[in-house]
Write a new protein. Structure first.
Length: 255
């Protein structure tokens, strides 16, 4: 089983849309579980909008040991399930991260061990843009971290800052019995429009300056917002989209 987190300390770069659409494409190759690790439940709102009022269990219930993994997961497509995060007047994921994670920094490793017993092939975490104990605990547990960015000139500074944080998390991993290395060698430049000179300059800057990472491009696609409003994935809603081949290229690099 492989586990992935899509993360960077910047909001609005497409972490949720990319992790969701890539998760759907991965589900054509194996069993996938998407875990909504965003305290605001962005992935849950997208994929379970019509079921929010009837949801009983979420990620934090599993972390607290109140329910089993299978009780908190919902199958939403063939080979694709989600473990949601939502708020219904009880201690939520953010509160859990601010309190219990201090004494349970390896809790997401325990969660992945339980998930593995259910014979999933891939686990994808969607995260918020922070770098609190919650995000650090998830990153620590994953096999690989993939960083989405938008074409801004300051994005390279952002990836340097994020890489520094990842190095500290990697050091924490080495200081435990875990061993192994968290792979962080993929960057997704999202919402690229090659007709913009600025976007071309930024893509080339990344390819020249960030040589330790493979840089993927995903073009602009207005249909993504439309399909989210309908609770669908891009491949379902608009399979002719010009960005589908780019997403499939990323999936090929993940398997």
């Amino acid at each position: 089983m492989k586990s992935y987190a899509f993360h960077v300390q910047t909001g609005g770069v497409g972490k949720t849309t990319l992790s969701g659409n890539l998760g759907y494409l991965l589900s054509m190759l194996g069993r996938v579980l998407i875990i909504d690790g965003h305290p605001q439940g962005s992935m849950t709102t997208w994929l379970l909008a019509d079921k929010l009022k009837s949801l009983k269990h979420e990620v934090v219930d599993v972390l607290r040991g109140d329910v089993l993994v299978e009780q908190a997961t919902l199958q939403i497509r063939d080979n694709l399930s989600i473990m949601p995060t939502f708020r219904q007047g009880k201690p939520d994921l953010e509160s859990y991260g601010e309190t219990s994670l201090v004494s349970e920094p390896m809790i997401f490793l325990d969660l992945l061990d339980e998930v593995k017993l259910l014979q999933y092939d891939y686990v994808i975490f969607d995260l918020g843009p922070g770098m609190s104990l919650l995000e650090k605990a998830i990153l620590l547990a994953c096999d690989e971290v993939i960083t989405p960015l938008t074409p801004e000139f300051l994005s390279i500074d952002g990836i340097e800052i994020f890489s520094y944080e990842m190095a500290k998390i990697q050091k924490s991993r080495r200081n435990t019995l875990l061993g192994g290395k968290i792979v962080h060698n993929k960057i997704i430049l999202n919402n690229i429009n090659r007709s913009f000179k600025r976007h071309n300059l930024i893509v080339e800057q990344f390819r020249n300056d960030v040589t330790r990472c493979r840089v993927f491009e995903v073009g602009q696609e207005s249909k993504i917002a439309e399909c989210q409003g309908l609770g669908l994935f891009l491949e379902e809603y608009h399979p002719e989209s010009r960005v589908i081949p780019s997403l499939k290229e990323i999936v090929d690099s993940m398997i």
